[in-house]
Design a protein around this ligand. Structure first.
Ligand SMILES: NC(=O)c1ccc[n+]([C@@H]2O[C@H](COP(=O)([O-])OP(=O)(O)OC[C@H]3O[C@@H](n4cnc5c(N)ncnc54)[C@H](OP(=O)(O)O)[C@@H]3O)[C@@H](O)[C@H]2O)c1
Length: 342
């Protein structure tokens, strides 16, 4: 016996990837509904690569009663309207927006890091999925934290345009084409030209000069991994379609060598270590697209601090950063609480 599953935002970047991953991982499904706004009601989308076509329904008129799990990827504004309705009807919401992440009554889960925290989900019947950059970083940090206790993290991100939804991908494509044919490359979605450029700004500016994306990496890492870990982030948008990269400097309480870290990371759940210390012996974003793993490369000791490491971390932001993590949460929920599947 399987679940009755809803994917809200099924026409978007993350929603489509959720359908792919539910199909790839053979999530036990008895019935599936795909929702979006009035804009795409009636459109047909494929359930992964199964050949099964699903008709998009308007979320406004959807009856949530009798559905077990809803994977949400519709942005904070629409989530604020529909997540409480779904949750009140008994359908557990796993949300990708930032709306509930810091709510003390909502667990924020990365299954490789804090699976036990899911037990608090009943307070609101909602579980939050972290920001894409946080998700891959905490997967890499967790086994190292367990081994040598992390004190401080300094991270610079290189985030792909798909993190800004379909519109971000369209803007990179169109600007690149326009530049090649000599047409103007006006920014619309991003604040400056993204094609052949990098932009040190994601989400809105806060009073202290950091951006909200940078703030999210700080507070979400504390909530998921350990409130004692200090984090400072610089988040940068780069002209890559899919796949976020991060250069991470880590200071530890205890001694840990690069060799120890490599051994630990090689065994850690969710991680693929590719670290050959030679030309091409590392992973780049185009190579991680469509994969489940969080890749770690270029692990080395930081000679400027007492116990420090530096590493490179790459993952498919639409997968581990969003859709895969959400499906893993659904699997965890099933195992620990719903126990309906065979
Ligand atoms: N992209 C990432 O790397 C990433 C990572 C983590 C979290 N997230 C979060 O995931 C969510 C979706 O992101 P995305 O990248 O998939 O965006 P996207 O490609 O722009 O897709 C947005 C989806 O939301 C639907 N939608 C928008 N407004 C709606 C409304 N009022 N009612 C119902 N459906 C509505 C759209 O449906 P229509 O077709 O009807 O417009 C579409 O299916 C956002 O909250 C985002 O912050 C994204």
């Amino acid at each position: 016996m399987g679940y009755r599953v809803v994917v809200a935002g099924a026409t978007g970047n993350v929603g489509r990837e959720m359908l792919n991953i539910l199909a790839e991982r053979e999530f036990p499904i008895d019935d599936i509904a795909v929702l979006a706004s009035a804009r795409s009601t009636g459109d047909e989308i494929e359930f992964g690569e199964t050949g099964r076509m699903l008709k998009v329904k308007n979320i406004e008129y959807f009856d949530w009663a009798g559905w077990d799990i809803a994977l949400f990827a519709i942005g904070s504004e629409a989530t604020a309207i529909y997540a409480p309705k779904a949750a009140a009807a008994g359908c557990t919401v796993i949300d990708n927006s930032s709306l509930y992440r810091m709510d003390p009554d909502v667990p924020l889960i990365v299954p490789e890091v804090n699976p036990q925290a899911i037990d608090g989900y009943r307070k609101k019947n909602i579980i939050a999925n972290p920001n894409c950059s946080t998700a891959q970083m905490v997967v890499a940090l967790k086994p190292l934290h367990d081994a040598a206790t992390i004190k401080r993290v300094v991270v610079s991100t290189y985030q792909s345009v798909s993190g800004a939804g379909k519109a971000g991908m369209d803007e990179l494509f169109e600007q690149s084409r326009n530049i090649f044919v000599g047409d103007p490359a006006e920014p619309h979605k991003f604040t400056k030209q993204i094609a052949f450029n990098v932009i040190p700004h994601i989400d809105k500016f806060l009073d202290d000069g950091f951006t909200k994306e940078e703030w999210k990496m700080v507070v979400e890492t504390k909530k998921i991994l350990d409130p004692k870990v200090k984090v400072v982030a610089t988040c940068v948008r780069v002209p890559v379609f899919v796949g976020h990269s991060e250069a991470i400097s880590i200071e530890f309480e205890n001694e840990i060598s690069a060799e120890d870290a490599q051994k630990i990371l090689r065994e850690a759940p969710g991680i693929m270590l590719v670290d050959k210390r030679e030309d091409g012996g590392y992973v780049t974003p185009v190579e991680c697209v469509g994969d489940f793993a969080t890749y770690v490369s270029r692990v080395r000791e930081d000679p400027t601090v007492e116990n420090g490491l530096v590493l490179w971390c790459v993952s498919d932001n639409l997968r581990k950063g969003a859709a895969l993590n959400a499906v893993q949460i659904a699997e965890l929920l099933g195992r620990r609480h719903l126990q309906k599947a065979a």
